[in-house]
Design a protein around this ligand. Structure first.
Ligand code: IMP
Length: 340
């Protein structure tokens, strides 16, 4: 059984939460690890309820999956305990002893940093300053907090043991490839690398153990905050096309552009993608809302997907046609993929 990593292909907000929640129900993984930090919000809609999560893995919808937060992640105690209440996942979530902890002083420092506020458009959650403290070796870690004592484990050991026993493990990456500190549109980026290799490193698994990398693209591109966005649409045009979105963490309006094949090709390369997932197909093709079979998609939607698949030279295995977990087309079996 493999280790699979889910990664955002554009600038975050591609709908990774929805894809992760679908895979939780479809694949029944043994462990799911959520990387990154509280600047990234993942939305899950399941059984008539909606959750907006900043730490708990979107995989929580499967009650049999063990949930983990890795050494490379940064948590905040209040966000962590609130989400445990909202999800009821407190008895099956574990935090690596070395996960970092964001404190109020990090948030204050970020709010007072005019470059981050005005130019970068940071989400101002304190993540960048906590990362800086970590680099300078003065960040407090999960093991330093009494409140976390009952949740602490060695995530790298648990994950490597599970993989060696043949269990299915998913890593839920956050943000998007072009927000990467190394591979993104620097300096308009986040405070960490956001590619598949970085998420494996956060967890503590080596490259040889990665079997599948699923890069998630939305059917159009959005970005919040500063930085270049090729082909950016005027707000009225974005509105006319139905591409207006409000950011999960900050409540800001997202800037929008049409699907960018060249950017997507680069994301496939940077992440060594083995599969591609496309979300929000129903925004481009409303007639396909909540369609669950490839053959029932409109001709236009199918040919749009086939063109992208050919350009990316990577199979589109999962297609999301609505926000509910059940509004999903899963082509993995028919394409001869993986463990389904
Ligand atoms: P920071 O990481 O909060 O400092 O934000 C740096 C830049 O990355 C800003 O432009 C943010 O809007 C963007 N950003 C950070 N996290 C996310 C995310 O999860 N989705 C989309 N944009 C993000």
């Amino acid at each position: 059984m493999p280790l699979a990593i889910i990664v955002g292909g554009f600038f975050g907000d591609e709908g990774k939460g929805k894809i992760a929640a679908y895979l939780a129900i479809a694949d029944n993984p043994f462990i799911a690890i959520r990387c990154g930090s509280i600047n990234a919000g993942h939305t899950v809609v399941y059984n008539g309820r909606m959750w907006k999560l900043r730490l708990v893995p979107s995989f929580f919808v499967n009650k049999f999956t063990k949930l983990m937060i890795p050494a490379g992640a940064l948590i905040r105690l209040d966000v962590f305990f609130n989400e445990l209440m909202e999800t009821g996942a407190g008895d099956r979530i574990f935090v690596d002893r070395n996960a970092g902890v964001i404190e109020n002083r990090h948030v204050e420092a970020e709010r007072n940093d005019s470059f981050l506020v005005r130019d970068v458009g940071s989400t101002l959650q304190g993540v960048g300053f906590a990362m800086a403290d970590r680099v300078l070796r003065r960040l407090r870690l999960a093991k330093d907090f009494e409140e976390l004592r009952n949740y602490l484990v060695d995530v790298a050991l648990e994950v490597n043991n599970a993989i060696d026993k043949g269990e299915l493990v998913y890593v839920e990456g956050v943000q998007g490839t072009f927000l990467s500190l190394y591979h993104g549109t620097y300096p308009y980026v986040t405070s960490r690398d956001t590619t598949a290799s970085a998420f494996a490193s956060e967890v503590g698994v080596g490259p040889k153990k990665i079997d599948e990398v699923m890069v998630v693209f939305k059917s159009y591109v959005t970005r919040v905050g500063g930085g270049p966005l090729d082909g950016e649409l005027a707000p009225e045009e974005a509105e006319r096309l139905g591409l207006v979105e409000i950011a999960t963490v900050t409540g800001r309006r997202r800037r929008a552009a049409l699907f960018n094949v060249e950017l997507a090709k680069r994301a496939v390369m940077l992440n060594s993608a083995t599969q591609v997932a496309i979300t929000k197909l129903d925004v481009l093709y409303p007639v396909d809302k909540c369609v669950r079979e490839w053959n029932k998609l409109s001709k236009d939607a199918r040919s749009w997907l086939e063109n992208i698949e050919n350009a990316l030279k990577t199979p589109i295995t999962i297609i999301s046609t609505g926000e509910d977990v059940l509004c999903t087309i899963d082509r993995r079996k028919e394409l001869g993929f993986g463990w389904r």
